[in-house]
Design a protein around this ligand. Structure first.
Ligand SMILES: NC(=O)c1ccc[n+]([C@@H]2O[C@H](COP(=O)([O-])OP(=O)(O)OC[C@H]3O[C@@H](n4cnc5c(N)ncnc54)[C@H](O)[C@@H]3O)[C@@H](O)[C@H]2O)c1
Length: 256
């Protein structure tokens, strides 16, 4: 199978690419390395990694038009600076529009997206959150722009799946509570544990579900979470159990 992965050098993208290459797929990836790490991907005969931005429509059209992927897995996202609305809008809205439209134009078979649980707002009206919860991406440029991106996936008319996520963790995780705790503890600094609870999933569990989706399982919107919450510090010593996609519930507290 031919798979185009946006954000291929990120936590989720690179983990997916490892699994796709291991089973014999041909992979094209794009990354601008804003948050992705170069050492997340090793050179491979069936991998082409392009250093560029999905914001450039001509780049996206040329890559999708030449490669003609069976599946596009769109993990690229901007979130680094909560005050940088421009970058969030460019990558998450314009970039996603470019990806969705290219998939439509070149008749891509499947399009997979990753939405943030922050699309339900920072104070969800129900716990656990169900798919019936109103979309309300307040107080977050990231959530607003990712929500626009999710709409573009739907609007493309391509067979699409969106995974709505809370906190994904794994060896390549560079943002969120775990790296913060790790950095502080490694420097001998104290950590502050609040009442906040998070729903953590392990990136390899997510990646396996995404590969199933790429192969044709499921359609539409899914929550992907453990269904259990933990104090933000707990996963330092224990990894959550394997998880499965759910049509009914997600995190009890919102993540990234
Ligand atoms: N990790 C989480 O906890 C979490 C939670 C909710 C949603 N998500 C979503 O899951 C997806 C993957 O997240 P992740 O944890 O792998 O993040 P990540 O930062 O590790 O990966 C995102 C990748 O996209 C790249 N990128 C950013 N802007 C780009 C652009 N304009 N063009 C090309 N590449 C660009 C970055 O350099 C990075 O490599 C994202 O869409 C994110 O919104 C993640």
């Amino acid at each position: 199978m031919k798979v185009f992965v946006t954000g291929g050098s990120g936590l989720v993208g690179s983990t997916l690419i490892d699994l796709l290459l291991a089973r014999g797929d041909e992979v094209l990836a794009i990354d601008n390395f804003v948050t992705g790490r170069r050492d997340n991907l090793q050179p491979h005969a069936r991998l082409r990694l392009v250093e560029d931005s999905i914001v450039d429509k001509s780049v996206v059209d040329a890559l999708v038009g030449d490669f003609r992927p069976d599946v596009v897995i769109h993990t690229a996202a901007s979130y680094k600076d909560p005050d940088d609305w421009h970058s969030d809008a460019m990558t998450n809205c314009v970039g996603s529009a470019n990806i969705g439209q290219a998939c439509k134009t070149y008749k891509v078979g499947r399009l997979i997206y990753f939405q943030t649980a922050l699309c339900y707002g920072t104070k969800p009206r129900e716990q656990p959150i169900t798919l019936n919860h109103p979309i309300d991406p307040v107080n977050s440029s990231y959530a607003i722009s990712k929500t626009a991106g999710e709409h573009y996936m739907q609007y493309s008319g391509v067979d699409w799946i969106t995974f709505r996520l809370a906190n994904v963790v794994g060896p390549r995780n560079v943002s969120g509570p775990l790296p913060i705790f790790f950095d502080r503890l490694s420097q001998g600094k104290r950590c502050f544990v609040t009442e906040a609870r998070r729903d953590f999933v392990f990136v390899h569990d997510l990646a396996r579900a995404v590969i199933k989706a790429a192969d044709g399982t499921g359609s539409g919107t899914y929550h992907f979470s453990s269904g259990r919450t933990a104090p933000a510090a707990a996963p330092i010593i224990s990894r959550p159990d394997a998880t499965s996609p759910s049509k009914s519930s997600t995190t009890r507290s919102c993540g990234r």
